[in-house]
Design a protein around this ligand. Structure first.
Ligand code: ZN
Length: 405
């Protein structure tokens, strides 16, 4: 079956749910004759899924549903995703493929620290590892003493963790001087935006090869893609899903190699098929075939969330890039604030950063402007302020104030 037919079949299934009956009201599947027709369909966003709470996404009769998962509800109504037996099996097949791509075998001992529960993490790592035939150690998070004891006594060879927990474990192992008792060879790390510095520290201190695993609760969970041993992007299992990259501001499709927001359409999902689902993850499709030989397309390491991105005079600016630039300049703190104004027909970007009182502010401003221009392609107006003068906030988005609109 070609991709278009697979997509049409998935839309047909999706339209059995209360949510898509409303979302695609008036749509006649037979009117979708080409991929271009498909690409005119409206996106599905997380907010839409929230409004389908609790089971508005369910696209099959009750007797087919065997499990639900839910994405975190800390910022509002949770999203509930129902799974059929086949969905659960398909997910495990994809996850097994991830472990194999990372070079794991049934002789590995897989130590799983992500949480088990409504969240898709722990149970996904578990099911894939069992299908692989590896010995699994279902630890869940926390209790570092016990984690390290089990890791030593059971000779765990693969650690599955978030990047921050992997770093914490690496530090504890170092602190306790037990590095020579650890048998870890690989780390399978839940993909999030994490710097090269952190990656090197974890890899170095644990003495492991690291693999980024990608996924989100709305689309099965972690395990829909992973780095291969070439470490040149994450392969995505496109026999189970169709991927597109769009400009997050305009919704326009972008060509390969251009960074934008990843949009996913499920091809095989039964319980809750999703059509053109906006992940809000920023990445790009890496063109060409990977040297590893795997015939699945690749996406680059995530560079942030589309909610955090701004575009100024054609240059795209992500907070992660700004942080990176500032951290590369001595004497500049990582605290910053960006103001974007529209003056005399021109967009002006002012970048405030903190420095020590005795620093040479004028020279640092020049250095910041130079680096910014080099890395982002736009010269900002850099302004040094004293240490502690910028407001502290846990929310990254409040670092950017766009006064143009
Ligand atoms: Zn590859």
């Amino acid at each position: 079956m070609n991709t278009l037919d697979q997509i049409k079949q998935s839309i047909q299934k999706a339209m059995n749910s209360a949510f898509y009956q409303k979302h695609f009201a008036g749509l006649n599947i037979e009117d979708i004759k080409t991929m271009d027709d498909f690409k005119k369909l409206p996106f599905t966003d997380k907010e839409d899924l929230r409004q389908a709470y609790p089971l508005g996404l369910q696209a099959v009769p009750d007797e087919k549903i065997v499990r639900i998962h839910s994405s975190s509800g800390t910022t509002g109504t949770p999203v509930i995703i129902p799974y059929t037996k086949k969905d659960v099996e398909d997910w495990a097949i994809m996850f097994k493929r991830c472990y194999e791509t990372a070079g794991c075998t049934n002789l590995d001992r897989i130590h799983i620290t992500p949480g088990y529960g409504l969240w898709t993490a722990g149970i996904g790592f578990q099911a894939g590892a069992e299908l692989l035939g590896a010995l699994t150690i279902p630890m869940g998070p926390g209790n570092t003493d016990k984690q390290i004891k089990m890791m030593i006594d059971l000779k765990s060879t693969v650690i599955c963790a978030t990047s921050s927990y992997a770093l914490l474990l690496a530090e504890e192992i170092e602190k306790r001087g037990v590095r020579d008792k650890i048998h870890l060879k690989k780390g399978v790390i839940g993909s999030e935006r994490w710097g090269e510095k952190m990656r090197k520290r974890i890899a170095g201190e644990l003495g492991v090869e690291l693999y980024d695993i990608y996924g989100l609760t709305e689309i099965y969970g972690p395990g829909i893609g992973i780095n291969c041993q070439r470490q040149s992007g994450m392969h995505i299992w496109t026999d189970y899903m169709y991927i597109e990259i769009i400009d997050p501001k305009t919704g326009q499709l972008l060509p390969d190699n251009e960074a934008g927001e990843l949009v996913i359409t499920t091809l095989c999902k039964e319980g809750a098929p999703l059509i053109r689902y906006r992940t809000h993850d920023l990445t790009r499709i890496i063109p060409g075939k990977c040297e590893c030989g795997l015939d699945y397309p690749r996406i680059a390491t995530l560079i942030g969330r589309s909610d955090d991105m701004v575009k100024v005079r054609g240059a795209i600016i992500y907070p992660s890039r700004v942080e990176e630039i500032l951290s590369s300049i001595d004497g500049v703190s990582s605290e910053y604030q960006i103001m974007i104004d529209h003056l005399n027909g021109k967009d002006i970007l002012t970048l405030f950063f903190e420095t020590a009182k005795n620093a040479d502010a004028a020279n640092l401003e020049k250095a910041v402007e130079h680096e910014f221009k080099q890395k982002i392609g736009l010269t900002p107006k850099a302004k040094a302020v004293g240490m502690g003068e910028l407001p502290r906030s846990e929310k990254k988005s409040t670092r950017v104030f766009d006064n143009r609109y």
